[in-house]
Write a protein that binds this ligand. Structure first.
Ligand SMILES: Nc1ncnc2c1ncn2[C@@H]1O[C@H](COP(=O)(O)OP(=O)(O)O)[C@@H](O)[C@H]1O
Ligand SMILES: [Mg+2]
Length: 362
């Protein structure tokens, strides 16, 4: 096991700046998720950590050791890919045993470890089958078993669940998480799926355009996104973004059609200090309620559309020419075109600088 430290790492492919200055410390034993849209550099960063790509600039340490120029096989890391990459001509047993055979472990030791690992993954009964005789989920378990059989210092997984169906993905994400907790192996997990990131990561590094935008605990990323991109990337349906004007009379207000927010002292102070006349207000759909609340900020509008999902209803409220999406728990009917007031607790308001898109509150 090892701590991984990435310092000023850049990776260019010709003109493409896949990684543009990455600094990241992954503590020993942690489960860290690299989260971001397709093309933001997640796979490239994993490949740099594993030694499959040469760095353009910067350094990578495993513990105290500078491994920047070490070959993959001397880094003691292993990878699991989206495509499983299990060998079709080998039985499950031999697939799992393969890394040990390469390293010339003796037969008894191989047998013991392969069977122990298969048991851990719940595939003991399958060791005599060929991959073609397995389901997608079972094949992915074989790939994970093969990756951990040698007890790597760092386990890396690149979108390992994206080829599985939705139900299996939910099951496997809890199993992988539990497995990692049991093994305590430092794990770096790549995904573009924010739910996987939120549910699996001890820490999440949100990436965009080859840069880490925010690194923190899932709850901090969710509650205190440091910019509009992160705020919009985490959460479904997406956070509502509303252009507001700052008006100052006796007290400070944020105004948009159907919305008049009296600023809290903290908001007023930050707005005054930044000299803002316009802002982008962010409100998560799950923070909008329809039960009147005198301590909350009202939003006046009409019901445009509602999606009844059974356990909750997604209500699209029309206010001026804006569409504001809310998630209302329960199975209530909201008639289209009827006036409706929604309520938002002031503490749930996010504010972003319209120029830099950075959060001004957190
Ligand atoms: N071998 C390569 N040659 C040229 N460009 C590459 C190569 N690998 C990745 N890239 C580019 O680097 C960027 C980051 O890619 P990647 O790390 O695969 O993103 P992600 O895994 O987040 O989807 C993309 O613009 C991609 O096209
Ligand atoms: Mg990728």
């Amino acid at each position: 096991m090892a701590e991984v430290k990435i310092e000023g790492v850049k990776k260019y492919f010709g003109d493409v700046k896949a990684l543009n200055g990455i600094d990241l410390t992954i503590e020993d034993g942690k489960f860290v998720v690299l989260l971001g849209p397709s093309g933001c550099g997640k796979t490239t960063l994993l490949r740099c950590m594993s030694g499959l790509e040469k760095l353009t600039e910067g350094k990578i340490f495993f513990g105290e050791k500078d491994v920047s120029n070490h070959a993959p096989k001397s880094r003691n890391v292993s990878m699991v890919f989206q495509s499983y990459a299990v060998w079709p001509h080998m039985k499950v047993y031999d697939n799992i045993a393969y890394p040990m055979k390469i390293k010339k472990f003796d037969k008894q030791e191989i047998k013991k470890r392969v069977m122990d690992t298969a048991k851990l993954l719940g595939i003991s009964e399958l060791v005599d089958r060929y991959p073609v005789q397995l389901s997608g989920g079972q094949r992915q378990r074989v790939a994970v078993a093969r990756a951990i059989v040698l007890e790597p210092a760092v386990l890396m997984m690149d979108e390992p669940l994206s080829n599985l169906d939705a139900l299996l993905r939910v099951l496997m994400r809890s199993e992988l998480k539990k497995l990692q907790e049991r093994l305590g192996t430092t794990t770096v997990y790549v995904t573009h799926d924010q739910v996987e990131a939120m549910t699996m990561g001890d820490l999440i590094a949100v990436m965009k355009d080859g840069v880490i935008q925010q690194y923190g605990k899932p709850e901090d990323i969710y509650h205190k996104p440091s910019n509009k991109f992160i705020a919009g990337f985490i959460g479904s349906p997406q956070m509502n973004f509303i252009d507001v004007e700052v008006k100052k009379n006796d007290s400070m207000h944020l105004l948009a059609p159907g919305i008049d927010v009296e600023c809290t002292p903290e908001m007023s102070e930050k707005i005054t200090r930044g000299g803002f006349s316009k802002l982008i207000m962010g409100i998560r759909p799950e923070n909008i309620h329809h039960v009147a609340d005198k301590n909350a900020i009202p939003i006046k509008g009409t019901v445009y559309f509602s999606e009844r999902l059974g356990a909750e209803t997604i209500v699209h409220l029309k206010a001026g020419d804006m569409r504001i999406i809310s998630r209302i728990a329960g199975d209530e009917v909201f008639e289209e075109d009827t006036p409706m007031n929604m309520y938002v607790p002031p503490s749930k308001i996010h504010l972003f600088d319209p120029e830099s898109e950075e959060s001004i509150l957190d």
